[in-house]
Write a protein that binds this ligand. Structure first.
Ligand code: FAD
Ligand code: 2HG
Ligand code: ZN
Length: 489
């Protein structure tokens, strides 16, 4: 309880007993599907389910269940609902807001065994798969058939599609393929009382009443457990080009974005921003040769995806000539083959992992109107410097402040790389950052969700009426409150 000041275990929830565990063992039928910390010491086996990727959130769970079918999920939830046992759904456990980690002794329901790809329609591009499929595996499956999964992100090798949908992840190509609210065509989900909601439509259009599956997209496991999905995949583009630019100012980065949209139009598939600090830190951690010779305050990574490489390359070259001669960009490099494409992307995708190197990161995943988006990095850096918390030596908790993200979606990742988590730093950052965002009508969570991290701050982006409506929906679907308690709702 000490880890989460202000939170106390809800006494309405039952304590787990050997009798409960015996029910789950009999239901799931195989030893490996239950990690039992009630009858034996299983702390080491349970630890990975009790801790997040950043080692920031720690739970006290003593029972992990790994169902193998929708029917098993349904029986687990029905039993938990009757016995008042709280649960936390867990996918790949790559979330960045503590949503997949139990707070007290909630049961973790880990979805990794439900990982079958059921079918793929090569005509329409609709993919039917289990929620526990790993994103990269799903993308590989459709790639072999000429298609692309409409979502891509740095954690693709371990996150689950069910986790992606539950966080409504945005990722690197939202600019091109849109949000999961558009590309999830169908869903099967189990409600807390065990009811199976089957809405496995494989067609694009279905305007028959309320679109209930939308509620589960971004619900972060608070309404039920997603068990299956139908996802609309796009035709994979045979011609992909990637370029990385060095840019002298944020104002010029905005101009580069405007020009990229104008001149590259339908072939533009990603426009990502990285500041100089982020690239310096990645280089410090990983070493290697940097893509451009000189240092710049900003970098942009542009990707184009089209059907005709000559046409696309010509367009990209013309664009490059234009932005170079007009001094919008200071320098640039275009990848010459697939390996170089991967390398250029790694300077963007590797940031999250590298900046944790010194000990930890405070993360703010925010939407801000583009004209002011980067200003928050300067303001936060100035505040931390003035407070004497930022510096090169170990007596300063803060290593540096950096900003990067999905410029094409007005989504900035403001990160504060620290040597240790520190109350003084937190006091300088919060609620300052949230107030800053609220003043600009931004969003305090653009794509990672609220989880435990932003539990207390939802009011900066949603008004009382909307929070009230959310609570009504939560009560309707989960009257006993067993689904992912203590989190944002
Ligand atoms: P988990 O972390 O296991 O769970 C996330 C939430 O969903 C939890 O609240 C959990 O209870 C719930 N949940 C999981 N599975 C289910 C289910 N089947 N039914 C109901 N609820 C469920 N996010 C972005 O949006 N864009 C990015 O570009 C991006 N890049 C990332 C890069 C790295 C290196 C890392 C570590 C994370 C990144 N993320 C990004 C964070 C992102 O939220 C996750 O990577 C991903 O969407 C979570 O999937 P997961 O399977 O790991 O879910
Ligand atoms: C990304 O875009 C992810 O790389 C992670 O959303 C952002 O680590 C972060 O703050
Ligand atoms: Zn992101």
């Amino acid at each position: 309880t000490d880890s989460y000041p202000g939170l106390t275990r809800d006494s309405r929830f039952s304590q787990l007993t050997p009798e409960h565990v015996a029910y789950f063992k009999q239901l799931l039928g195989q030893d490996s599907a239950v990690i039992d910390g009630i009858n034996a010491d299983a702390a080491a086996d349970i630890e990975p389910f009790n801790e997040d990727w950043m080692h920031k959130y720690k739970g006290q769970c003593r029972l992990v269940l790994k169902p193998g079918s929708t029917e098993e999920v349904s029986k687990i939830l029905r039993y938990c609902n009757e016995k008042m046992l709280a649960v936390v759904p867990q996918g790949g456990n790559t979330g960045l807001v503590g949503g997949s980690i139990p707070v007290f002794d909630e049961i973790v329901i880990s979805m990794g065994r439900m990982n079958t790809i059921h079918s793929f329609d090569e005509m329409s591009g609709s993919l039917v798969l289990d929620a526990g499929c790993i994103l990269e595996v799903a993308d590989q499956h459709v790639a072999e058939r000429g298609y692309i999964f409409p979502l891509d992100l740095g954690a693709k090798g371990s996150c689950h599609v069910g986790g992606n949908v539950s966080t409504n992840a945005g990722g690197l190509r939202l600019l091109r393929y849109g949000s999961l609210h558009g590309s999830v065509l169908g869903m099967e989900a189990v409600l807390p009382d065990g009811t199976v909601m089957n809405d496995m439509c494989t067609l694009r259009k279905n305007n028959t009443g309320y679109d209930l599956k939308q509620l589960f997209i971004g619900a972060e496991g608070t309404l039920g457990i997603i068990t299956k999905l139908v996802v609309q995949c796009a035709q994979r583009s045979p011609a992909v080009n990637v370029a990385l630019f060095g840019i002298e100012s944020y104002e010029k980065a905005q101009r580069a974005f405007r020009e990229a949209k104008l001149q590259l139009s339908e072939i533009l598939s990603a426009f990502e921003l990285m500041d100089g600090t982020s690239q310096r830190l990645v280089h410090q951690v990983r070493g290697g040769t940097r893509p451009l010779e000189n240092d710049y305050p900003f970098y942009c990574l542009i990707e184009t995806s089209g059907s005709n490489s000559e046409h696309d390359y010509e367009k990209l070259e013309k664009f490059l000539e234009d932005v170079m001669s007009n001094e919008v960009i200071a320098d640039g490099v275009v990848a010459q083959d697939a390996t170089q494409i991967k390398t250029l992307w790694s300077w963007r995708e590797g940031i999250t992992e590298c900046i944790g190197h010194w000990g930890g990161t405070y993360k703010y995943d925010v939407s801000i109107p583009l004209s002011e988006m980067y200003l928050i990095v300067h303001d936060v850096k100035a505040r931390l410097s003035e407070a004497g918390l930022l510096g090169e030596t170990d007596d300063h908790p803060v290593v540096d402040v950096l900003g990067y993200g999905h410029m094409g979606d007005s989504n900035l990742h403001l990160n504060i790389a620290v040597r240790r988590y520190d109350k003084e730093v937190e006091k300088v950052l919060e609620p300052y950052v949230y107030e800053w965002i609220e003043k600009r009508q931004g969003s305090i969570s653009a794509e990672h969700g609220l989880g435990l991290a932003k539990k207390n701050y939802i009011g900066y982006s949603r008004n009382e009426t909307m929070i009230g409506l959310m609570k009504q929906i939560k009560t309707l679907y989960d009257p006993n409150g067993i689904m992912n308690p203590y989190k944002y709702i």
